[in-house]
Design a protein around this ligand. Structure first.
Ligand code: PHE
Length: 428
């Protein structure tokens, strides 16, 4: 009896923690902006195909590496092959690059939340004047970064995980409700059509690369996070099922966020605005739709609170990984490592806070260049150095059959590396 309960909490706890890392600003802020820029429906379709044919398997692979080695990324790669430690380092650098600009966007969310709480509405053009007001942007970034580290220092993860059980479904529900509302509004047809109708003439290597990078970011892949999380997973856990649940949940939130954000941008600003807004899309589009909604102030406050919560849980997972890697490497006590990471984050965030362009460029380099290279190398490593059977064995330790193994072998050895390489070359 106690045994079966143990394993149950283990599996559910893991899925919730991993889903909480995955669902964040990547889904609500980044996905709609990438989709709008990447041709709408065709981006959606590319993303789905990439997720089911590749992303879900890569997620499973990373979790398996973690569970098999029980180590954080650098040590995990060292254990599997001395020559490939560099890949562990590469995976570890990426969260260090994401963390600072993630805090800047987290700060934008706090600004909008407070605006709705204290002023009740967001006037036209607020986003533009806000991002130009550097002391304000830096201030809100600080609030977000420090909140993240309050959790890391206090180590109240347990409490965070418990609130997740309420906050994540709440976020999903309110996003669905908002999506339905958007669909019922007049004037949304053009945007909905753009978002759902795949126009194959817009299928370029650039779109595919952007979808690929978006997928890695959103699933927290190619940055050691899922390896770290996998290292805490009990041996009994059904890995393929967990991977699918985490991935589908993440993808669902992203898709629905697109319905909420893209059509209003089309309706109020036309295609030109929607497809060029970039990182600001969510913050320009949402206020327009809130104005139309009944109880708009209340709904806006609730929505931004949930977004903030999702952003914080993701930010905690990035910062936690950086802290753990640094503590492992230097043998410093955890608190010292956490303090150093916090100071680094505050300094490294300044350029992104000062310049939207810098933020956008960093985001592009990390997601469209570093993460694909990292994922490609991981596939080559598993496919040719340790062998795909390593993952199969790890999955089957819990007496769950490895699904589609024949396909997985071909995917990890040939398809994925070649595909990533081609997309990459095509885009450059
Ligand atoms: N996956 C998270 C999101 O979608 C972001 C994230 C990136 C989390 C990197 C951890 C590490 O927002």
């Amino acid at each position: 009896m106690s045994n079966s309960r143990d394993s149950w909490t283990g599996q559910v706890g893991f899925i919730i923690a991993a889903a909480a890392s995955a669902v964040g600003l990547g889904n609500l802020w980044r996905f709609p902006a990438s989709a709008a820029k990447g041709g709408g429906g065709i981006f959606l379709l590319t993303y789905l195909v990439l997720f089911f044919s590749f992303g879900a398997f890569l997620l499973l692979t990373e979790i398996s590496i973690g569970r098999a080695t029980k180590l954080s990324p650098i040590e995990a790669f060292r254990k599997l092959s001395k020559k490939w430690v560099f890949l562990g380092y590469f995976q570890t650098i990426i969260p260090f690059l994401i963390m600072p600009y993630y805090a800047v966007i987290g700060g934008w969310v706090i600004k909008f939340l407070l605006q709705y709480i204290f002023v009740g509405q967001v006037p036209d053009g607020l986003f533009g004047s806000f991002v130009a007001d550097i002391p304000q942007v830096v201030g809100f970034m600080l609030v977000f970064a420090i909140s993240t580290f309050v959790f890391i220092f206090l180590g109240v993860q347990k409490g965070v995980e418990r609130s997740n059980k309420v906050m994540m479904p709440a976020l999903l529900l309110i996003t669905i409700a908002m999506a339905l509302f958007v669909c019922l509004q007049p004037g949304m047809k053009e945007g909905l059509r753009y978002y759902f109708y795949p126009d194959f003439s817009k299928l370029t290597a650039e779109t595919a690369l952007s979808a690929l990078g978006q997928m890695f970011f959103s699933l927290s892949l190619a940055m050691g996070i899922m390896i770290t999380y996998g290292s805490y997973v009990p041996k009994r856990t059904d890995l393929p099922r967990s991977a699918i649940q985490i991935g589908v949940c993440d993808t669902l939130v992203a898709f629905i966020a697109g319905v909420v954000i893209i059509p209003p941008a089309f309706a109020f600003g036309g295609e030109a605005l929607a497809t060029s807004a970039g990182p600001g899309l969510m913050f320009v589009s949402l206020p327009k739709i809130f104005v139309e909604m009944p109880f708009s102030r209340f709904i806006a406050i609730l929505f931004f609170m949930l977004v903030l919560f999702a952003a914080l849980t993701s930010s905690i997972s990035i910062s936690e990984t950086c802290t753990a890697s640094l503590a492992d490497r230097t043998k410093w006590p955890r608190r010292k490592a956490a303090a150093v990471v916090l100071v680094y984050m505050l300094i490294a965030a300044i350029p992104s806070a000062v310049s939207l362009n810098f933020l956008d460029k960093t985001d592009y380099i990390v997601n469209s260049i570093m993460m694909p290279i990292c994922a490609l190398l991981t596939c080559v490593f598993i496919g040719w150095v340790v062998g795909p059977k390593f993952v199969k064995d790890e999955v089957e330790r819990s007496h769950h059959k490895m699904p589609f193994f024949a396909y997985y072998r071909v995917l990890i050895r040939y398809l994925a590396p070649i595909l990533v390489f081609i997309i990459f070359l095509g885009a450059l």
